[in-house]
Design a protein around this ligand. Structure first.
Ligand code: ARG
Length: 591
C-alpha cells in the first residue's frame, strides 16, 4: 500500500519551490495549476502575484522558470501570453508514475487510517409499503458513498432508518388481529421459501383492506386507535404482530436490494422504532434547556428564519399535543445516538431534497441542544426527483407511483436483449448472457442515477440508459471487456512499462487522465459528489476510444511498444474496474 503522488501535485510543488526561490518576498503563493490543451498543464498564478508585487508578469515568470531546479519530471516550461506558464511533462515521468500506480493494489490512491467516522443514513424504505424510485436513489447514492468513503480510509457506519413506526401500525395490527390468517404464506405451506413478491403482495392486500375498513367503519377506527396506544405502551401481543409486519417487509426489502446487487446487513437496519426508548428523554432535555417550548400542547422548536406563507413561524414539532412522537423526535434521538454512542464525526443523510427543511430544523435544534457541535458535521446529501420521459414526476399511466421492482425487471430485460445480440461474438453461454444482462441492466439504472449531480432531477429513460453509445454504464462496461479481450489475445506478450519510449499524444492524454484517479476520488469523497467519479470514468473510456483509433496495440511497431500499450490498457481496465466497483457497478470480463 504505497500512495503515489500525482504528476499534478509534483508539478505544483516544483512550481511553488520555484516561486518562493525567485520571489521570496511574495510569501507562499499558489501557482494555480490546471490541465490545459496547449501543454499538459498551465499555471496562471504569476499574474496575480505580479499585480501584488507591482512587477512585470512575463519577467517574473521568466525568473520563476529559471529558479526551478533541473528535474526529470518537467520536460518543458514555456512562458506564454501575459505571463502564463505552459508546462509539459516528460514521457518517462508519465510512464514511471503509472508504473508506480500499477504496482499498488490501490492504484496509488492514498488511504488515511486516521480519518473520521461517518454515520451514513441511506436506503430507508418504509415497512408495509412498496419501494419506489425515491428509495432507489437513496440506496444507490448511499451505497456508492459508503464504498468511496471507506476506500479513502473513513470509518463508515451504515444506518437504514426504515419507517417502521407510526399510527398506521395500529390499523394494520388491529386488522390482523381480526383477520388472523392474512399474513400466512402460500409458499411456506408448500415448503418453499417466501419470495419478496409474495411478501409485498400480502402486505399490500392487508394495507388496502385495513385502510378501507378504517375509512368506512367508525368502530374499527376506534379499535385501531386504541391499538396504537397498546403498541406505544409495549403490549406484548401487539408488539409481536408489529414484528411480523417488519419481518415480512424485510423479506421484500432484501429481495429488492439483492436485485439491486446491493449488500444490506441486518444489524445496520435501525429503523425509527430503534429510538423509541430515547424519545421521552429527548423531549425532556429539549424542554428543560428551553430549546423547545410548549405551544398549544405540542412541544415545538421555533426558528427566526423559517416562516410559512402566512408569515407565521413554522415550528419543528417534537411531540404532538396528544403525546405522540413524530419523525423529528426520532431523528433528534438518532443524532444523540450517532454522536454519543457511535462517535460520529460526520452525519450524512442521503434523503430526498424535499425533506430539506426537516433536516435544516433538526440540525439546528440539535446544535442548540449541544448534541451537534463544531467537531461534528451534519450534512444532507439531498437528491432530486426521478422524472418520467415526459419530464413529470414518474407515475404509471393510472397515476400511481411506479414500483421499483417493475422498473428493475424491465431494465434487466432490455439489457439482456442488448447482451444477447453480441452473444456469438463475445462467445457467451446462456448463463453468461443472463448474468451479464443483470449486471448491465442494474448497472444502467445505477449509473443513470449516479452520473448526474444528485440534487438535480433526472429522467428515467431506459432506452437511453442501455444505449451503447454515450455516457452510459454499458459503454464503460464494453470499454472494460474490450481491454480484457485484447489482454487475452496478447498471447505471450505481457504488459510492461517502458519509460524509455516516446509516447503518442493519445497515450499521453490517457496516461495523464489515469494519473488523476486518486485526486478525483479525494474530491468526490470531500464533496459527496459521486457524479464526478462517473464523469471521470466516462472521460477515461473516451480517451481509450481515441487511443484505439491512433495506437494499435497487438499490431504495435515494436515489441516494447506493444508491451507498453498493454501496460497502459491494463491499468485503464483496473482503474475502470475499481471506479465502477465504487459506484456499485459490475464489470463483466466478456461482453
Ligand atoms: N423513510 C423515509 C422515507 O421514505 C426516509 C428516512 C430518511 N432518514 C431519516 N433519518 N429521516 O421518506
Amino acid at each position: 500500500m504505497a500512495s503515489v503522488p500525482s504528476l499534478a501535485s509534483t508539478v505544483q510543488q516544483r512550481l511553488a519551490e520555484g516561486l518562493s526561490a525567485a520571489l521570496p518576498e511574495a510569501g507562499p503563493a499558489d501557482p494555480l495549476l490546471r490541465r490545459s490543451d496547449r501543454a499538459d498543464f498551465q499555471a496562471n498564478g504569476i499574474l496575480a502575484l505580479a499585480k501584488k508585487l507591482k512587477g512585470n508578469p512575463r519577467e517574473l515568470a521568466t525568473q520563476v522558470v529559471a529558479a526551478i531546479p533541473e528535474n526529470d519530471v518537467l520536460k518543458e516550461i514555456e512562458v506564454s501570453g501575459p505571463g502564463f506558464l505552459n508546462i509539459t511533462i516528460s514521457d518517462a515521468a508519465i510512464v514511471e508514475t503509472l508504473a508506480a500506480r500499477a504496482a499498488d493494489d490501490r492504484l496509488g490512491v492514498p488511504f488515511n487510517p486516521s480519518a473520521g467516522t461517518t454515520v451514513i443514513d441511506y436506503a430507508q424504505p418504509n415497512v408495509a409499503k412498496e419501494m419506489h424510485v425515491g428509495h432507489l436513489r437513496s440506496a444507490v447514492i448511499g451505497a456508492a458513498m459508503v464504498e468511496i468513503l471507506e476506500f479513502t480510509g473513513e470509518k463508515v457506519v451504515r444506518r437504514h432508518h426504515i419507517g417502521d413506526w407510526g399510527t398506521q401500525f395500529g390499523m394494520l395490527i388491529q386488522y390482523l388481529i381480526e383477520h388472523p390468517h392474512e399474513l400466512d404464506h402460500k409458499a411456506e405451506d408448500k415448503g418453499a421459501e417466501v419470495s419478496g413478491e409474495e411478501a409485498m403482495s400480502n402486505l399490500n392486500r392487508l394495507y388496502k383492506a385495513s385502510r378501507a375498513l378504517f375509512d368506512s367503519d367508525e368502530e374499527f377506527k376506534t379499535r385501531a386507535r386504541a391499538r396504537v396506544v397498546d403498541l406505544q405502551a409495549g403490549d406484548e401481543q401487539t408488539l409481536a404482530l408489529w414484528q411480523r409486519f417488519v419481518d415480512e417487509s424485510k423479506i421484500y426489502f432484501y429481495s429488492v436490494f439483492e436485485k439491486l446487487d446491493m449488500d444490506i446487513r441486518d444489524p445496520d437496519i435501525v429503523g425509527e422504532s430503534g429510538y423509541n426508548d430515547m424519545l421521552q428523554e429527548t423531549c425532556r432535555l429539549l424542554e428543560e434547556s428551553g430549546v423547545a417550548v410548549r405551544s398549544e400542547g405540542a412541544l415545538c422548536v421555533f426558528f427566526d428564519d423559517i416562516k410559512g406563507p402566512d408569515g407565521n413561524p413554522v415550528p419543528l414539532i417534537v411531540q404532538k399535543s396528544d403525546g405522540g412522537f413524530g419523525y423529528a423526535a426520532t431523528d433528534l434521538s438518532a443524532i444523540r445516538d450517532r454522536v454519543g454512542n457511535l462517535k460520529a464525526s460526520t452525519l450524512l443523510y442521503v434523503v430526498d431534497a424535499r425533506q430539506g427543511l426537516h433536516f435544516k430544523m433538526v440540525f439546528e435544534t440539535a446544535r442548540r441542544a449541544g448534541w451537534l457541535n463544531d467537531e461534528v458535521k451534519a450534512h444532507q446529501l439531498a437528491f432530486g426527483t426521478v422524472l418520467g420521459k415526459d419530464g413529470k414526476p414518474f407515475k404509471t399511466r393510472e397515476g400511481e407511483t411506479v414500483r421499483l421492482v417493475d422498473l428493475l425487471d424491465e431494465a434487466i430485460d432490455r439489457a439482456t436483449a442488448v447482451v444477447e445480440e453480441k452473444k456469438e461474438k463475445a462467445g457467451l453461454s446462456d448463463e453468461e448472457v443472463a448474468e451479464n444482462g443483470r449486471y448491465v441492466g442494474i448497472g444502467a439504472v445505477k449509473y443513470a442515477d449516479l452520473s448526474t449531480s444528485a440534487v438535480r432531477d433526472y429522467k428515467f429513460d431506459l432506452d437511453q440508459m442501455v444505449s451503447l453509445n454515450g455516457d452510459t454504464s454499458v459503454y464503460l462496461q464494453y470499454a472494460y471487456a474490450r481491454i480484457r479481450s485484447i489482454l487475452r489475445r496478447a498471447g505471450a506478450a505481457k504488459p510492461a512499462a517502458h519509460p524509455e519510449l516516446e509516447l503518442a499524444p493519445a497515450e499521453r492524454a490517457m496516461g495523464l487522465h489515469l494519473d488523476q484517479f486518486g485526486a478525483v476520488l479525494a474530491e468526490v469523497a470531500e464533496e459527496y459528489a459521486p457524479h464526478k467519479l462517473a464523469a471521470y470514468l466516462f472521460q477515461l473510456a473516451t480517451h481509450l476510444t481515441t487511443f484505439y483509433d491512433q495506437c494499435p496495440v497487438l499490431k504495435a511497431d515494436t515489441e516494447e511498444q506493444k508491451e507498453n500499450r498493454l501496460f497502459l490498457i491494463e491499468l485503464t481496465a483496473r482503474t475502470l474496474h475499481q471506479g465502477m466497483a465504487l459506484l456499485g457497478i459490475r464489470t463483466p470480463e466478456r461482453l
